[in-house]
Design a protein around this ligand. Structure first.
Ligand code: ADP
Ligand code: ADP
Ligand code: ZN
Length: 215
């Protein structure tokens, strides 16, 4: 099974992904997480990607498709994967279509989580992330039990560099220009399931459960 999570930054893709992979036994693949790790570890990929990420721009397609091709080819992905944050351009989507037959996979569903812009800004600027396990929190909507400490592993929470207000606004523009065309792309292929992401975390997950339950 291959599920794709599509939606603007801050829509709640990572938050929902955590619940989906637990309940459906899927391997979670987030290109954002992989890129951030590369930046932290100062690998060649990380050095190339960093300036784009800091500015809220997309990392060039050729770098990102390599990551996904390699990851999807690993044996643990054979039972099913959840892609979060990929594809983000039409060219990436076309690439994905071309490699999937080679690894005997096809896209089962594209979940589009949509949220109003004001709410996206609120969610992104209040987001906090665990520096050890990557778990997501929000100052208001999903506060940790102890301030700045991860409920799951005790790690320190931090604010992502690109979650500052100015970079958030840039990322939302980039989404509209470069990623939103994928809505029509997957709609035409009858793979798209729109989800109202303005609801609370459980309300959004209920909609996803209904859609995935039919697969
Ligand atoms: P969010 O969860 O807020 O949508 P991500 O963690 O998915 O953000 O992505 C963070 C940054 O990593 C993006 O702004 C972009 O620079 C880079 N990135 C992640 N995935 C891709 C991709 N598929 N193509 C190009 N750049 C990407
Ligand atoms: P994305 O991966 O799409 O960028 P996240 O899952 O990281 O988005 O969510 C962005 C922020 O909003 C996080 O701080 C998260 O805790 C919070 N959040 C996620 N879903 C909801 C929701 N339905 N209602 C309120 N806050 C949410
Ligand atoms: Zn943690």
């Amino acid at each position: 099974m291959l599920i794709i999570l599509l939606g603007p930054p801050g829509a709640g893709k990572g938050t929902q992904a955590e619940m989906i992979v637990q309940n459906h036994n899927l391997v979670y693949i987030s290109t954002g997480d992989i890129l951030r790790k590369a930046v932290r570890e100062e690998t060649e990929l990380g050095r190339k990607a960093r300036e784009y990420m800091d500015q809220g721009q997309l990392v060039p397609d050729n770098l990102v498709v390599e990551i996904v091709r390699d990851r999807l080819g690993e044996p643990d992905c054979a039972n099913g994967s959840l892609l979060d944050g990929f594809p983000r351009t039409v060219d990436q989507a076309v690439f994905l279509e071309q490699v999937l037959p080679d690894i005997n996979m096809q896209i089962d569903r594209v979940l589009l989580i949509d949220v109003d812009e004001e709410e996206l800004i609120e969610r992104l600027t209040g987001r906090r992330v665990c520096s050890d396990c990557g778990a997501n929190y929000h100052l208001k909507y999903k506060a940790p039990k102890v301030r700045n400490v991860c409920d799951q592993c005790g790690g320190d929470l931090y604010q992502r560099d690109d979650d500052s207000l100015s970079t958030v606004k840039e990322r939302l523009e980039v989404y509209k220009k470069q990623t939103e065309p994928l809505v029509e792309f997957y709609n035409k292929k009858e793979l798209l399931s729109p989800i109202d992401g303005n609801q609370d975390i459980d309300g959004v997950y209920d909609q996803i459960k209904t859609i995935l339950g039919d697969l």
